[in-house]
Design a protein around this ligand. Structure first.
Ligand code: SF4
Length: 409
């Protein structure tokens, strides 16, 4: 971007890339705090910054925008208003409340930490960064954010927004993801911190990054610190932060919606690891040279012992995770007579209505919504008039649904 398209910079201070402008620390602090006083956004964790609320908000805000977090935070606080209520909840319910926010290890860590703090720390979160960092899911940034915002400790924060502001303010040329660059940013954030005002200043800098010094088209013309901004002086704010291009791997995967009457087979992922504790349809990644149908046939046989026909395709879902992008191909199948032997520790046959109460990854949830919308809860094979499917559906109506939470026999 050509910054001069927004108007030529005037009376710029002498800016030395990579260094805090001499004698301007106080001016940058004042300008940032003043901007925040005038533009501060009202959010529930700010209006009532108890340690529990600040902790939950900080975990939810990791990799997630404030607008997305707000409804989740409000719903969460209605259901789990205290750390004790979260500790006493079932993990399945916690994951269900988190459904759609992604990075599910965050929800599992919140739950584990609540239980640990309740049982071992008298229900009180530690008030210092060192103590906080010993808890699951709390790293350097989150520990300092909680310690400064909830407990008033004089410690800085460096998140994505602060990284961007500082990398532009100081025109940092090295790769933002490199450990040495990160250390440099932490040192600058520490240097810039006004003593006794860390809670307000940290929030001010983060919000300034998300609303003024944005990744694309930063609002330099109305920026209150542009006088001291090296990237602005150079006319190239958007060139910062410097980042090496990362190639995101793409994978193809298949999954099977296996119907038995009006119920489908779902299984639960192991509690730890990627998408741990969530429910899903059986399936998996395509191996080199396999057709999609061959992939699904192999996956269903390996995972649940299904050897029947692969039916029509339901949909294709594109979904991006932080480390890879997946194209999911979903097919329907109908179980005819034989008994399946899923290898998962937990699995069940359930109606689409039952599945509304279970936590699913976002891509699987989209598939469920499509099944409900398009099929009215019925498999396409039976809807098209197969006599086998029709009888299966009729007999299924007479069966009672297995209660959720029980392990199938
Ligand atoms: S002048 Fe532009 S690039 Fe520099 S801090 Fe302000 S908004 Fe960011």
């Amino acid at each position: 971007m050509d910054v001069h398209a927004y108007g030529a910079p005037r009376a710029l201070a002498t800016v030395v890339p990579g260094e805090l402008p001499q004698g301007k620390r106080g001016a940058i602090q004042t300008a940032t705090l003043q901007w925040f006083a005038e533009h501060r956004r009202s959010v529930p964790w700010r209006e009532e910054p108890s340690p529990y609320r600040v902790w939950v908000s900080e975990i939810m805000l990791q990799q997630t925008r404030t607008d997305t977090v707000l409804p989740y935070f409000r719903r969460w606080m209605r259901r789990f208003p205290t750390l004790g209520s979260l500790a006493g909840a079932d993990l399945g319910e916690v994951l269900k409340m988190w459904e759609g926010l992604g990075y599910y290890s965050r929800a599992r860590n919140l739950h584990a930490t609540a239980r640990f703090v309740s049982a071992r720390l008298g229900g009180e979160l530690p008030d210092d960064p060192e103590g906080l960092r010993r808890l699951p899911g709390i790293g350097r940034y989150t520990a300092n954010a909680i310690a400064s915002i909830a407990f008033g400790k004089d410690v800085p924060v460096v998140d994505g927004n602060v990284s961007r502001v500082l990398s532009r303010l100081f025109a940092i040329e090295s790769d933002i993801t490199a450990a040495a660059t990160q250390e440099r940013l932490w040192a600058l954030a520490t240097e810039l911190l006004p003593r006794g005002k860390a809670a307000t200043f940290n929030q001010a800098l983060m919000e300034f990054g998300s609303r003024v010094c944005t990744p694309r088209r930063p609002a330099c013309p109305r920026c209150t610190i542009r006088r001291w901004c090296a990237a602005y002086a150079a006319g190239s704010p958007e060139a910062y932060p410097r980042k090496k291009r990362r190639v995101v791997p793409r994978v193809a995967a298949t999954l099977g919606v296996i119907w038995q009457g009006d119920r489908v087979l779902v299984q639960r992922r192991p509690p730890q690891g990627f998408l741990g504790g969530l429910w899903e349809f059986p399936g998996g990644k395509r191996r080199g040279g396999e057709t999609l149908r061959a992939c699904l046939r192999r996956e269903l046989q390996e995972e649940v012992g299904y050897r029947g026909a692969i039916g029509p395709k339901v949909m294709t879902i594109e979904h991006g995770y932080s480390m890879f992008h997946v194209t999911l191909h979903a097919y329907e199948c109908v179980l005819e007579g034989s008994v399946l032997r899923p290898k998962a520790a937990e699995w069940r046959w359930a109606t689409l209505e039952d599945l509304r109460d279970l936590p699913f990854p976002a891509a699987n949830r989209r598939l469920l919504e499509t099944l409900e919308r398009r099929r009215g809860g019925l498999p396409v094979l039976t809807r098209r008039g197969s006599s086998r499917g029709a009888s299966g559906r009729a007999s299924a109506r007479g069966r009672r649904s297995r209660p959720l939470g029980s392990r199938p026999s």
